[in-house]
Write a protein that binds this ligand. Structure first.
Ligand code: PEP
Ligand code: MN
Length: 336
């Protein structure tokens, strides 16, 4: 990090700031120019508050030269992280397909869906028990009962389960869940993220509706700094001016993330587009762009779904997508 001081600030004031930084354990390097002085901050500057430095009357600007995220940073951990859930792997050379209904509605619905997903080659079952809905008047999930039904589907198929947590109060209900999902709306629920850092389970962290890649990685950092290295990032579309799709799938986020982080990256074309007809082409694009997995909403009868029916595909459509994804994985040297 560097601090550029305003022109013609007195040496005394600059030395005062340097002493203040040194007292906080930050090493500095002063370089005096003709008009202004630049102070280089050496070592770990992750705790430095840029805004308060910028607010000082002697500061012109402050610039970071290294990223604020450390544990998620590829510079400090070059090998790709592979999250292994009882043998189902995501990351590195392993590609995974997470699929299931937006919400768990009944035993018959979730078990039949799980069986179809397993038969087609899906690797995880995903279903919502606690549903974040924009309107409080619509179906908000079966809650505890939904979790019980997911566990039945897991027993019947052997598929590990992924489901969303919305509140810390529900943490004790997630003991048998294999991967805990943090939804877009909770990406910056920092208390929740910190607790999940201590839970010992892989976390699927969805990108916030309007969050930058750096903010997203800082949220991953919250989980990782608690001791949990198993974070899977999920790109699910961002808010833009475009209205043709529910959100805009930020496909370029995948290769961007690949350069800067070692964490696995999953793409969710369902919430990104809101349209079942767009899922197949975007699944193919997700493999081609270098993703490590997909998260897809599948419903035995999409027209009757209690949530997100318009973006849900049938088990038959899912099977055809898996065939194409598998073929593309072979080209990309990924194992599905
Ligand atoms: C979901 O995955 O069911 C969901 C609500 O997605 P998001 O948090 O991405 O909106
Ligand atoms: Mn959904």
């Amino acid at each position: 990090m560097i601090i550029v001081c305003k022109p013609l600030v007195s040496e005394e004031k600059i030395d005062g700031l340097i002493s203040l930084l040194n007292e906080q354990g930050i090493q500095t390097h002063k370089s005096t120019g003709l008009m202004s002085t630049v102070i280089g901050l050496v070592g770990d500057t992750s705790k430095v508050d840029i805004e308060s430095l910028e607010a000082l009357d002697i500061t012109d600007k402050v610039r970071r030269v290294s990223e604020p995220y450390k544990l998620a940073n590829r510079k400090f951990h070059n090998e790709p992280t592979v999250v292994d859930v009882n043998g189902a792997k995501i990351g590195g050379k392993y590609f995974s397909i997470i699929a299931g209904p937006c919400s768990v509605e009944s035993e018959e619905q979730v078990v039949s869906c799980a069986k179809a997903i397993k038969a087609a080659g899906g690797t995880f079952l995903r279903g919502g028990a606690f549903k974040p809905r924009t309107s409080p008047y619509v179906f908000r999930g079966l809650k505890e009962k939904g979790l019980e039904l997911l566990l039945i589907a897991k027993q019947e198929t052997g598929l590990p389960i992924v489901t969303e947590i919305m509140s810390l109060e529900h943490m004790h209900l997630f003991d048998d869940v294999d991967v805990i999902q943090v939804g877009a709306r909770n990406m910056q629920n920092f208390e929740l993220l910190s607790e999940l850092g201590k839970c010992g389970k892989p976390i699927l962290l969805k990108r916030g509706l309007a969050n930058t890649i750096e903010e997203w990685l800082m949220s991953a950092e919250y989980i990782m700094s608690g001791g949990n290295a198993d974070v899977i990032l999920c790109e699910r579309g961002i808010r833009t001016f475009e209205t043709a799709t529910r959100n805009t799938l930020d496909i370029s986020a995948v290769p961007v993330l690949r350069q800067i982080t070692h964490l696995p990256i999953v793409i969710d074309p369902s919430h990104a587009t809101g349209k079942s007809a767009l899922i197949h082409p975007l699944c193919k694009a997700s493999v081609a762009v270098g993703g490590d997995g997909l998260m897809i909403e599948v419903h035995p009868q999409p027209e009757k779904a209690l949530c997100d029916g318009a973006q849900s595909i049938t088990p038959q459509q899912f099977a055809s997508i898996v065939d194409d994804v598998r073929a593309l994985c072979n080209i990309e040297n990924k194992i599905l």
